[in-house]
Structures are given as structure tokens and as C-alpha cells.
Design a protein around this ligand. Structure first.
Ligand SMILES: [Fe+2]
Length: 305
């Protein structure tokens, strides 16, 4: 089958304590911490690395300041892993690290890793019972806060790339690593999914900013309440929201974005479209609207998104 999921994301950060506070507030589980680095995990066991002095064999950073330095993808079998390593190694060095990850670089210059996918460590998420007249599933009980929001998994990564060379940047992932383009938005970027996942996208290469760097990492939470309560908690802890609550057009997920001190933004996401091969590749000559809706309120003067 090939690539199943995002396995790890590695950031180089300046203020480790601030980043740790951010991701503890965000709801990730801390698994390692020392003077120079911290590692967090999703419930699915993917790891999120914050490092003040990352490995010196990483490719050079693509933008100043804290940013994404490497994305590691998890593969289902050793045979598939060998085949993908051979495919990317045709014209570039691939080094097997002590961590069991084959490290290399993509066409843009982002660090890229390939390794065996870890076990999904959590029970399936059970969505909240919902009542609609004619379809009542919750009797004799009320709802309460979802409590501490805990992301189930990293569901997608979005990287900014320059316009020049964008076709080669995308082609590297589709032709050598088996990514399937789901929505090609010509003025903006290419949404892709990996072979082993049904999310409408696991990966976005966005050329609209015309520069390379971190765009966002998205974390799936069980439902709409988690997206709202998670964002509210982050705001209450003093973090800055980057967009209003809304629902995307492409992928249909409900979203909330928060500016992250590790670079770029992070997203709480729920209810994304799931697709299979029947979805095909949808080519958009013009960019569809960014969202179906965003939250509006008449209590504030500025209702821009
Ligand atoms: Fe996203």
C-alpha cells in the first residue's frame, strides 16, 4: 500500500519553554523533555518534535526563525519502505538514522523522512450523540464540556513552496512517493492524500505565498465541540487565533487556527471528507472559496475573516 500517515514533524524553535506551554495547552501528550528539545505525541502515537538545536544533517532552513525542518511519513511494510527509499534515492542521498528513519530532502529543500508506520495507539473516537427531530440519539441526558481537548492525530501538513518549480515539487511526491492529488487548485496549490489514508488531504503544497516555509499542521479532534472548546481554551491561555472558526470548502472540515510559536499555525480539525479512488483528481482553474462559512457576529465591528 505505501505511505499510511504522518509519523513525525520536526521543528527548530527559539523559545522551547514557550512552545512547550503552547502544545501542553493545545492538548498533546509530552513524552520527552530536556534542555534543548521536547517531544509530544498524538493519541495515534505520531510525534511532534520541538528542538532548539536539531540534527546537523538536516537540510538548511528555508525561512528565518522557528520553522518546520522535516516531515517523516510512515510506511506499512519493510518492502514498501525499501521501494520508496530506492525511488527517492535515485538522484539524492538518503541516510538511515539511529532513529530508524531514512532521511533525505524533497525538491523544495524540506527535510523528508521515511520509516515504518507506528501502531495506532488509541481506540476509535466515538462522536457525541446528536439530536435532530426525526433522528434522536440522546435521551434523558444533557451534554457538558468536552473537557481537555486531546488531538486524535496529525491529519495533514501544509507547506509553502515557491511558484517556480512547483510542478516538480508536487511531482516528487506523486511520482516517487505515491501521493494521490485530490484537488489541484491552480492559483493556490495541490491537495494530496497518501495511499493508506482516506482523508481528502494529508498534505498540501501551497504555492500562493511564493516562498518556502511552514504553513500549518492540522490535528484531528473528535467533533465540532472539541474544535470550538479547544480554540476557546487556547485564547483563554493567551494564544492568538489566526482565523475565525469556519468550515473549509475543500475537505469540508470544521477548522480553528492558532498562531504557533514554533512557526506557522496549527489547526484543530473535525469532520473532514473521506475519499477513495472514485474521488479522482479534481482540477480547479480558479480557487474555490476558502470556506463555506466562518463565524460572524454583530457584536464586533470587524467581521472580516
Ligand atoms: Fe488545514
Amino acid at each position: 500500500m505505501g505511505i499510511q500517515r504522518i509519523e513525525s514533524v520536526i521543528y527548530r524553535v527559539d523559545d522551547l519553554a514557550e512552545c512547550v506551554r503552547f502544545f501542553e495547552d493545545f492538548g498533546l501528550d509530552p513524552v520527552e523533555r530536556d534542555e534543548t528539545r521536547a517531544v509530544f505525541a498524538t493519541l495515534a502515537g505520531q510525534t511532534f518534535h520541538l528542538d532548539t538545536s536539531p540534527r546537523d544533517d538536516l537540510p538548511p532552513p528555508l525561512e528565518p526563525g522557528p520553522t518546520i525542518r522535516e516531515v517523516v511519513w510512515g510506511v506499512d511494510t519493510a518492502a514498501e519502505l525499501d521501494a520508496l527509499v530506492a525511488a527517492v534515492g535515485a538522484d539524492r542521498e538518503v541516510r538511515l538514522g539511529d532513529d530508524g528513519v531514512h532521511h533525505t530532502v524533497d525538491e523544495t529543500g524540506f527535510g523528508l523522512g521515511l520509516t515504518l508506520a507506528g501502531e495506532n495507539g488509541h481506540e476509535p473516537a466515538v462522536p457525541r450523540a446528536v439530536n435532530t427531530t426525526g433522528h434522536v440519539t440522546r435521551w434523558n441526558t444533557g451534554l457538558s464540556s468536552v473537557g481537555k481537548v486531546r488531538p486524535l492525530r496529525m491529519c495533514h501538513v501544509a507547506l509553502n513552496i515557491p511558484k517556480e518549480g512547483r510542478e516538480e515539487a508536487v511531482g516528487f511526491y506523486t511520482e516517487r512517493l505515491g501521493f494521490i492529488p485530490t484537488d489541484v487548485v491552480k492559483p493556490m496549490g495541490v491537495f494530496m492524500r497518501c495511499e493508506g489514508d482516506a482523508d481528502q488531504h494529508n498534505f498540501l503544497l501551497c504555492h500562493r505565498p511564493d516562498r518556502a516555509g511552514a504553513n500549518h499542521v492540522s490535528f484531528e479532534v473528535p467533533g465540532f465541540d472539541d474544535v470550538i472548546e479547544g480554540g476557546n481554551h487556547m485564547i483563554a491561555q493567551g494564544w492568538q487565533e489566526a482565523r475565525r472558526l469556519g468550515r473549509h470548502t475543500i475537505g469540508s472540515n470544521v477548522f480553528r487556527f492558532i498562531h504557533a510559536p514554533c512557526g506557522g499555525r496549527v489547526e484543530y480539525a473535525a469532520d473532514m471528507d473521506r475519499v477513495d479512488d472514485a474521488y479522482g483528481t479534481r482540477v480547479h482553474e480558479t480557487a474555490p472559496p476558502h470556506h463555506i462559512w466562518t463565524l460572524r457576529t454583530s457584536r464586533e465591528k470587524n467581521n472580516d475573516n
